[in-house]
Design a protein. Sequence first.
Length: 704
Amino acid sequence: MARSIYITSAEGHTGKSTIALGVLDALMRVTPRVGVFRPIARSVAERDEILELLLAHDGVQLDYDDCIGVSYDDVRDDPEHALSTIVARFKAVEAQCDAVVIVGSDYTDVASPAELGYNARIAANLGAPVLLVLSGRDQQRQAEQLGTTTARTAAAVGQIAALALAELEAERAELFAVIVNRADPDALAEIAAAVSAVRPARDMSVWAIPEDRTLVAPSIRGILSAVDGRLLKGDADRLAREALTIVVAGMSMVNVLPRLTEEAVVVIPADRTEVLLATLLADAAGTFPRVAGIILNGPFPLPEPIVRLLDGFASTVPIITTDYGTYDTALRVMGARGRISPDSRARYDRALALFQTHVDYTALTTQLGLAESRVVTPLMFEYGLIERARADRRRIVLPEGDDDRILQAAATLLAREVADLTILGDEAAVRARAIELGIDIDAAQVLSPTDPAHVERFAAEYARLRAHKGITLAQAADTVTDVSYFGTMMVHLGLADGMVSGAAHTTAHTIRPSFEIIKTKPGVEVVSSVFLMALADRVLVYGDCAVIPDPTSAQLADIAISSAATARQFGIDPRVAMLSYSTGESGSGADVDKVRAATALVHERAPELLVEGPIQYDAAADAAVAKAKLPDSAVAGRATVFVFPDLNTGNNTYKAVQRSAGAVAIGPVLQGLNKPINDLSRGALVDDIVNTVAITAIQAQGRS
């Protein structure tokens, strides 16, 4: 039977979706089949946003319709029949999963005062312990700024906890833990202590997560929907930005300007065109706060000269029009709420980072009774990479600061505290583009590759390293302003621990500087590469699939030893298969002899390594074939490291397995260099960049 957890709250607007996302993320790290279930939805016909958010998480393999229990109307009409339906539908989901995240009802306008009690009854009948979510904010007292409320004291949160826990006990629901979400950042320990004191005799886990205004603030896209508006001008990418405050500009231009605040949505009557133009100028000037968006309210079309002026104005600020009056517009904006969604990567990452920072993942999963699985899915492997990188953060340089994918990946890496980052590029341009994309890279260092002090230092060092090639100081100064050389020099001189590039440059452009500057490790003849191939239930290592076209026997041995070391670095027990079209002594020819000689060299240079060769792929991977061809081999049928005889074979094989077996290919991971430099595919996705940075950081940890 699957281990399940029931997430419910004592009131509305607690940020339960953030908690559910964090719990789902935690369970995905330790078990391969995690499901989600929503016992009560507002309407069976209307799509449930929380359920859609959770189902969009990588690794959840369930259909939406199967994950819904009943509607609020069903509960009101016949609570007992609704409960029976919920149990039956849940059991169908449970049968397909190792663990299920159950998300209780939402305290909407159709809720009743007994809603927590009914959720407790459901949890008791499903046999799922309750994770109770409390709010650290007073939901009834609206503050002046958009999207915020006043903080509750620790004593007030404790009182609410006491009432909620009593109700859970009355319905015989088992309590798993309590999370106080949106808590006062300056009183987290005090709040956790106040809740723990409610049941001092019980071993009850209590976690407090601080308020993050950007998570509760609505996006401009959400505001556009709330006011039934349309986008008149501006960059659609900026609709993902959050509006932290609202400024109602029903006054003259000179009075509006000093009232502008950072990341505000400015509501302007559509016939006050001078205020519109002044706000756009203020946003562009750099001497006023940057605004998140502008709403022109009222049924007044803009005059043609103003439209023409806007057409020639280089502003990306979203300008939204709505027919509502000022009061109704402001009311609708104030009523808009921030929502996490898979298409808002920055908000999604911030929510997960906040949960990871303040909730003990290990305690959560072990208390739930989930032991770490022997099966390693691609998602679990990727999680492991992130966690290992987070445990000992390193500084990674990203030379391609003019690529949006790099900036988006940087925001994810920073939010989840995977690595410290240096991004190369013009600082003003890089940070401005990040703002336009609605992402936060404030924690990154942004460095120009033409920075005079660094260029002077790097040029002197490069000229020294390449003096035997006749490189002059002037030539060196010109060379090191290239982003690949500049980033590599940062790694060489200890200003960064590793480099990741290639999203917008060729492999040769990315790694050539490392051959000249970083050079290979002692005892390593060549730089080679591997792909970490994450199959459905395990991870294999393929090398070399990206660098050396036709390796010699000595180079092949070098690739095997380096690949085994890389496998060990990423928690894979190396059993090396030296691949050929022949197994054992059955074949001959130059290609087979090369592999046979390489295998002998591996035995000689690394006698402790389990290695078999020459061996065919099927004999290396399939136990039944291995039993027939090499019954006494410690590697055959159990290989984890596959060394291909040439680049043609390796590159085609990894792509064939990737496409036909649905494997996730992570790499190429360069190996053999003194310090880690890694190359990206020019078609790399944001997730690929995140994984490669994590890998590079782990490689750097091994060199400390």
